[in-house]
Design a protein around this ligand. Sequence first.
Ligand code: NAP
Length: 316
Amino acid sequence: MSDVNTMRAISQDTLGGPEVLREVRRERPEPRPNEVLVRVRAAGVNPTDWKHRANGGFLGEPPFVLGWDVSGVVEAVGVGVAAFRPGDEVFGMLSYPFGHGSHAEYVTAPARTFTHKPAGIDHVQAGALPLVSLTAWQALVERAGLREGQRVLIHAAAGGVGHVAVQIAKARGAYVIGTASAGKHEFLRSLGADETVDYRDTDITEAVKDVDVVLDTIGGETSLRSLRVLRPGGIVVSILPVGSDAFFEEAERLGVRAVRMLVDADRADMREIAGLVESGRLRATVEKTFPLADAAQAHELGETGRTTGKLVLVVD
Ligand SMILES: NC(=O)c1ccc[n+]([C@@H]2O[C@H](COP(=O)([O-])OP(=O)(O)OC[C@H]3O[C@@H](n4cnc5c(N)ncnc54)[C@H](OP(=O)(O)O)[C@@H]3O)[C@@H](O)[C@H]2O)c1
């Protein structure tokens, strides 16, 4: 393979810690009909990346290239693609979970995966947004039907999903309560949160009540406790595996709703997200960027579970 037909990618041959990640050369993909080839400029790193790296998850046994977030430039288009031309700047989330592979110099995906990148943000911002924004949008708007004036509780509001969820909820006119350790409360207020709760020393079931919608980004006991802050008919949308039927049984007993969700690639939702960015109502906070070759360091930092906003890989 000559260099012009190959690309750099972050791959792994075994499951394990960040040290299993290594840079490899792979054949550069060609766009098939209805696909585009995107030269990746930036790609967010998400908890699903380190979970798959460690336990294979939906993907099973390696080798595989992780990464679902993409911001980049269209390099070539396949037969039938009318929406984009080479040179267009685009962003999107690869089909979750089986479309993975953005932690590389190039990626191909159906054209419908992508939306034009808003001109007002750079690739690092755009690469940070897709997976977390689609998750927050689909949880709050599609599953919960969040409306103006409703009260919403967002767990881990300073994290990747949480910090965009706060902004999306505010853009819908909701009253937003966010949980984080106290040192991050100023950050939550800067995003628009109306109330903040330090989850480390406060019992959420005593501090918060009459909530219409909870976005549960923690799972386990937090999912169960969240049911008790709802008003009748309220809803907890959990984005974590719930693990037992207790969550659903308890919801029924309390007269509230409990749902689980998995993020799904969707062009119409990406356009809503691009619209929020263009109108200045949604921005990613990026704690740190890493060159593609340092993906292992990004995983290591992310896995601490203490990061604020997003981590992003930058591809030169
Ligand atoms: N189902 C889906 O489709 C889907 C989609 C996206 C994400 N997820 C999952 O959702 C979870 C969150 O994702 P993320 O990207 O937001 O993660 P993240 O960015 O790694 O979250 C980090 C944040 O979590 C906060 N945190 C940790 N424990 C907390 C607790 N007990 N209460 C409140 N805040 C806490 C930390 O704040 P402090 O430092 O203040 O503790 C930190 O700011 C992950 O498990 C991810 O896999 C699922």
